[in-house]
Design a protein around this ligand. Structure first.
Ligand SMILES: [Zn+2]
Length: 278
């Protein structure tokens, strides 16, 4: 768990900066509701997608209200959010969501656990634990819940620096994430750096692809790993090049031309395995 000051330092250049924010849909709030947008830093969009996946899977239901931004100069408790970060809420950085605040079910009790009751909170303990179980691919824990510390049970905040956020969500830690067969979650594809196979593909990546049931009908995981073992990081090896070109071609086909939409759009993807080992 990071200190609030550490987070203010990590994300200092985003303080009070509302340019470049991503507008997301979260438990049916935000888009296409143009009145109350849910605005977050673009690096953490995938993390909130993971939170939404967990909450849907654990039957949280739709949200009535989701608060994200706090407009400067107003910081914590209406105090001035200073350039040093003093008195600044993580909402001033668009790194926190208030999920169903106040009357909607997740009040701010202003006193730490256990001085309040789960019966007065829309979140269940199991839901909180499931969100807390989410990890990034660099093993960091991306979220902190303030219900434990100060009874702010509506408040979830990003607890990691930009570089960790950019490592991508480890979707195997996201309860309820189940891509349909033969379908690769685009966000997952990004985390695997599918467009940069030569420098990044590892045997465990192949395991992940097979776990997602992105597979070749013609060959199994052992076949792909065999190529890796024969040509570790050998970008100029014929078999490796062949493998890379084949997968890249499929990826090119799989990513619709000119599409740069949100990473949450699932797209069909398949490694056909029509390579020619040399
Ligand atoms: Zn909050």
């Amino acid at each position: 768990m990071a200190s609030t000051n550490a987070k203010r330092r990590w994300w200092a250049d985003r303080r009070c900066d509302t340019t470049g924010l991503a507008s997301i849909s979260f438990l049916s709030r935000g888009e296409p509701d143009t009145v109350a947008k849910v605005l977050v830093q673009p690096e953490v969009v995938e993390i909130w997608e993971a939170v939404e996946t967990v909450l849907r899977n654990t039957e949280y239901g739709e949200a009535d209200v989701v608060g994200s931004i706090r407009h400067c100069p107003f910081g914590i408790g209406g105090k001035r959010c200073e350039p040093s970060g003093k008195n600044c809420s993580l909402h001033n950085y668009c790194l926190a969501l208030d999920i169903d605040p106040w009357g909607a079910g997740n009040p701010h009790f202003k006193r730490p656990w256990p001085m309040w009751s789960w019966s007065k909170v829309k979140f269940t303990k199991a839901q909180v634990r499931a969100v807390e179980a989410i990890r990034m691919l660099d093993k960091s824990k991306p979220l902190r819940w303030l219900g434990w510390a100060i009874g702010d049970t509506m408040h979830w905040e990003i607890d990691i620096p930009p570089a960790s956020a950019m490592s991508g969500v480890d979707w195997s830690t996201v309860e309820g994430f189940a891509p349909p067969p033969e379908t690769l979650h685009m966000a997952y594809a990004d985390t695997l750096n599918l467009n940069d196979w030569v420098s990044t593909l590892r045997p465990e990546d192949i395991d992940q692809l097979f776990a997602l049931r992105v597979h070749s009908p013609a060959s199994g995981a052992a076949h792909w790993k065999g190529l890796l073992a024969a040509h570790p990081n050998a970008a100029d090896a014929d078999a490796w090049e062949n493998f890379r070109r084949t997968t890249s071609a499929r990826i090119g086909f799989w990513q619709p031309e000119g599409e740069s939409g949100p990473a949450s759009q699932p797209s069909s993807y398949q490694i056909t395995g029509d390579i020619t080992p040399t």
